[in-house]
Design a protein around this ligand. Sequence first.
Ligand SMILES: C[S@@+](CC[C@H](N)C(=O)[O-])C[C@H]1O[C@@H](n2cnc3c(N)ncnc32)[C@H](O)[C@@H]1O
Length: 277
Amino acid sequence: MAPAAYRRYMEELRPCVVQISGGEPLMREDVVEIVRQIKGGTKLPYTILVSNWSLMTEQKYLELREAGVDQFSVSLDFPDGRHDDFRGYPGLYGHLEDLIPRLARLGHDDIVLNSCITSENLGEITAIADNARAWGVNLCYSAYSPRRTGCRDYFPGSPEQLVRLNAELDRLEARRDKTNWIVNAPATLEATRRYFANGGTPGCTAGMRFLVVTASGALQPCSMQFQRYRLEDRERMIREFTRTNRCDECYVSIRSYLDKSFPQLLWENVSGFLALK
Ligand SMILES: C[S@@+](CC[C@H](N)C(=O)[O-])C[C@H]1O[C@@H](n2cnc3c(N)ncnc32)[C@H](O)[C@@H]1O
C-alpha cells in the first residue's frame, strides 16, 4: 500500500496501538511517511516500530521519532557476535553495539530490545538482560513459535530445556528493580513458562483484540494465520475466525499483552503507582 492508504485503516479500525513490523520495515524507503499517515498529526495510536535495525542510522531514528514512532523494538537473540550467526547477518551485533548506546544517551527512553526465547538462546536470558542494561535500554522477551517457521527444533520443550529455562527466568526475576527495564510483567513471564511446558497456550483472541494489516492492505487475524479479509469484512473475520479459533501455537508478546483481561492489564500497569504497601 502507498503511505496515504494507511489513513483509511486508522479511521476505520481506530487502534490505540499500532506495531509496524514485517518482513523488515526499514527496507521500505517510505516508512517515515507511513508513520506520519498512521499518526495523522496526533499522539495516538501509540506506535511501535519492530525491526532488526540492520538499516537504522541516527538520522533515520530521529526522522522516525519526529514522524511519531513512540517505541523502537529492536530484535536481539544473543548478547554477542552469535547474534550475527543466528540471523545470518555478519556485523549486525557490532552495528547495534555501536548505535544503540549512542541513541540511548540522547535520553528519549524509547528503545526496547526484543528477545525471542528459543532453545538456542535459553542459557542467555539473563546475559541479554545485562546487555540491555549496559546499553541503557529496556528489554522485552517473546516466545518462539514453531507456527511461524514450521520448525520445532528451536522450541525449548524437553524436560532438560525446561529446567534451564526456569532457572534462567528465576535469575532474571531476581534482577528486577523499580526501573521497569524488564518490561514483561512477572505474570507474563509465568505464562511464558507455562506456554513452553504445555507446548501451547489456548484462548487466543486474534482478529478481535489484535489483527494484522498486510502490506497489500488485507486484514489477517494474526501474522501466523493466513485467512485474508477486506477492511469492510472485519466483523465477518471475527465471526468466522475468532469465534471458532482453537490455535494455541504461540505466546508472542502481542498476544501476551492482549489476551489479558482489562482488570488484569490495569492492575499490572497501574498498581505500581499506588501506595498499597
Ligand atoms: C518477524 S520479526 C519482523 C521484524 C524484523 N525483521 C525483525 O527481525 O525484528 C519480529 C519479531 O518476531 C520475532 N520472531 C521471529 N521468528 C519468530 C518465531 N518463530 N516465534 C516468535 N517470534 C519470532 C523476531 O525475533 C522479531 O523480534
